[in-house]
Structure formats: C-alpha cells, structure tokens
Design a protein around this ligand. Structure first.
Ligand SMILES: [Zn+2]
Length: 410
C-alpha cells in the first residue's frame, strides 16, 4: 500500500502512474478487478484547486500481483444439498427439456437440482457451454441478493414499525421515547403502520384515537392468501396518515410497555419467542399494494431484542443437535431471500435494529436487507442514544439522500 500525504501537483502525474487519461471523476470503478485504486474518486480540476486542498491526504491502494479474473457471474453458486460443495467443472450435469437441470456432486455423489438452469437461456436448449462454472476451473460469483443497494427514490409513502413483543417494560419505555422522536421527523403525507410479534402477530389499528385495537394471528405460519386479502381491503385502518398515527403509535407502544413484563435481575431471555418471519411477511404483503400506482415503495423498521426463533424464518440461538440448526439456518436463509426479493420488487427497504448482546445470526438476517437497501444494525441497549441517532440516519437514507452513515461504537 502506498500512501501519499503530500498532495499532488497535477492530475497528469496520477495519470502517468496509471498509464491512463487524467481523471476528473471516475465512475463505475470496479475495486475488485483494479490493481490500483485511489482513496478518492474525485481529482481537482485545476492546479489552483489542488494547492488549496493539498492538506487533504490522498491515498493509492496498489496490489502488485493481483490476478485479473474474468467477468463474475451474477448469481449465487449452486451448492450440494448434502455436503455444501459448489457445482464445478468436474460435475456432470443433465439438462432437461423444460430448462431444468440436475447435477451430480463430484464429492459425495448427491444429485442436486440446478436452480439457475433457465436463467438467461430462454431461447434454445441449455448446454454445458452456457455455464461458465462448468467450463472453467475458477469462476467468481456475485450474488445480487447479497449486494448492498442504495435507494434513490423520494420519501417512501409508508413506514411500518415491527416491534418485538418480548422487549421488557423498561426497554419498551425507552423505545417509546425513541419512537416519539422518530415519528415527529417522518415526512408529512406519509402513512404509518405498527405490528408487534411474539408467538402471535398483533396488527394494530393506527387510526383508533381513543383506544388500542388490533387483529391477532398465530405467528407459526405465514398468513393465508385469503386472510391477506381481507386485511388489504381494510388497510386504511392499519396504515394511517402520519397526522393521526403520530399520537396513536405512541399510545400503542405505551400500551405494550404497560403489558410487558418486568425483567428480573439476572433473568435470561431464553423463553422468549419471536415469529419475526411471519411478521415481516405480513408487513410486506400489506405494504406492497398500498399505492400500486406509484412505486415509491415503503420502509419497514424492525426492532428486535433477540434472534427470530419461532415459525418460518426462525433460527435457534443455541441448540444441542447440530443438524437441526443447520436445517433451520438453511430454511430461514431461503425464506428471507424470498422476502427480500418481494421487498426489492416493491421498492420497500427493510431495516433491522437488533438491540442487546444476544446472538442475532446476522449472516442469516442480512439476506433480508442487503438487496433492498436496508441494514442490520446491532445496538447495545435501548437506553443508548445511538439507537435514536441511527434510526434517524436510517430514515433519511431510505429517503434517497445519502447524507449519513451509521454510527457504530465499539
Ligand atoms: Zn456433495
């Protein structure tokens, strides 16, 4: 790594170094394949300007023996269901007429379904030559669903809060204070919904002013299509204009805080259950048709105090039987990837605020957020102002303005 702190006298010096034209603004720089990359992609236009900012350090990252690889495949690699090995040039593949394919694992002999067989190969019969991973000994995969995405849209038309019903009384009171601030800052004209989840899902009416009212469902399975239809037909009850919802959401949080259990000193969270998967599914199903004419999308803000562990999308925090937990992680990953795709298609951003020092299985949860511009944020405690600060940044960011990154304290 070479670092220059002296500033540079002209942009052609940099140009010579790279044997390229002087750069004013270089976009689409692929950091993966460049052996040379700058700490800044903006270079002063004139000598005068470069003198003025000479105190700003300018760095160059140089990788002398970087292997230049070909174009990466934009899909996840197929993995053996038995031993997790990747499909490769030694795998034998059988292509079927319906564009499906199966491949035999070269390590354990398991026959697997080839999920990507039909991708980009709608015309003509798929052949081995069409699959780079079957032809070359080395290929790069970029999984589109694991790539961070930045939304460029204007403020989304709705915000849906998903709150873990296992949050203790004191923490819920702190959360109520945080949400009061957040609701004040939501843009005029938006709509707001609220769902809480334990083993059951509670979908609250955010239009009721004088009392708290909610629909209750089992969280073990996702809602049936006809139940969703009924809810969609009356969704103005659940996703209210901000002017009304501002006061009501706070009453709901105070109501939950009132009903929540006090945490005794030294008490563990082990008996808490979270049907987060069913909750996110319900939020997406309700949100996706809120304003079908405008694809401004929405923003789902989820707050958890432990790992999802009930129903679909549940993974256990600890479990004695290894195989069972592997199965649950795989199933949950698949489930969240499907939900992420649905969110992405409807321009809905999903943010997860995981509060506490439990294991949240971020590697599983990030499948839900990365492709739609969301994040998984770990925060130490509800009383910490960091939760509010990051939530404020998260809301502004999903509004399309990239004026802030999250603040993470170690
Ligand atoms: Zn295998």
């Amino acid at each position: 790594v070479l670092m220059s702190n002296a500033g540079f006298s002209s942009s052609s010096y940099v140009g010579d170094l790279l044997q390229a034209q002087p750069i004013k603004e270089q976009s689409n720089v692929d950091m993966e394949t460049q052996s040379c990359s700058f700490s800044s992609q903006l270079v002063p236009e004139s000598k005068g300007l470069s003198k003025q900012i000479a105190s700003v350090p300018f760095g160059l990252l140089f990788t002398p023996f970087q292997v230049q690889c070909g174009e990466a495949l934009r899909k996840p690699p197929s993995q053996c269901s038995q031993c997790s090995a990747y499909v490769n040039c030694f795998s034998s593949v059988v292509f079927n007429r319906d564009h499906s394919a199966s491949w035999t694992c070269s390590f354990c002999g398991t026959v697997n379904t080839y999920l990507q067989a039909s991708e980009g190969l709608q015309i003509g019969e798929p052949q081995r030559e069409h699959f780079m991973e079957l032809m070359q000994s080395e290929v790069d995969f970029i999984d589109p669903l694991q790539q961070p995405f930045v939304s460029r849209g204007s403020s989304p038309p709705f915000y849906m809060f998903l709150v873990d019903g296992n949050i203790t009384k004191a923490d819920m009171q702190d959360l109520a204070r945080t949400l009061t601030h957040i609701l004040k800052e939501l843009p005029e004209g938006c709509h707001v919904g609220f769902i809480s989840f334990t083993t059951i899902l509670s979908l609250y009416e955010t239009t009721c002013g004088d009392h708290v009212s909610c629909e209750v469902y089992s969280g073990l399975n996702i809602l049936e299509e006809d139940e969703i239809e009924v809810l969609r037909s009356q969704r103005q009850k659940f996703i209210a204009p901000i002017e009304v919802a501002r006061k009501n959401v706070i009453s709901i949080v105070h109501y939950i805080a009132h009903a929540a259990e006090e945490k005794l000193p030294g008490q563990k969270n082990s008996n808490q259950q979270r049907a987060f998967g069913s909750a996110i599914h319900l939020a997406l199903q309700l949100g996706k048709t809120l304003d079908s004419e405008h694809s401004h999308g929405g923003h789902i803000i989820s707050i958890l105090n432990g790992c999802p562990n009930y129903g679909l999308g549940g993974v256990l925090e600890s479990f004695s039987q290894e195989q069972e937990i592997d199965y649950r992680v795989d199933e949950a990953t698949k489930f969240y990837r499907n939900q992420a795709q649905l969110a992405r298609r409807n321009n809905i951003t999903v943010d997860l605020y995981c509060v506490g020092l439990q294991s949240f299985r971020v590697r599983v949860l990030q499948n839900l957020v990365l492709s739609n511009g969301g994040s998984v944020l770990l925060v130490k405690e509800f009383a910490d102002s960091q939760l509010l600060e990051n939530m404020q940044l998260g809301i502004r960011r999903s509004g399309g303005r990239r004026n802030g990154s999250f603040d993470i304290r170690m």
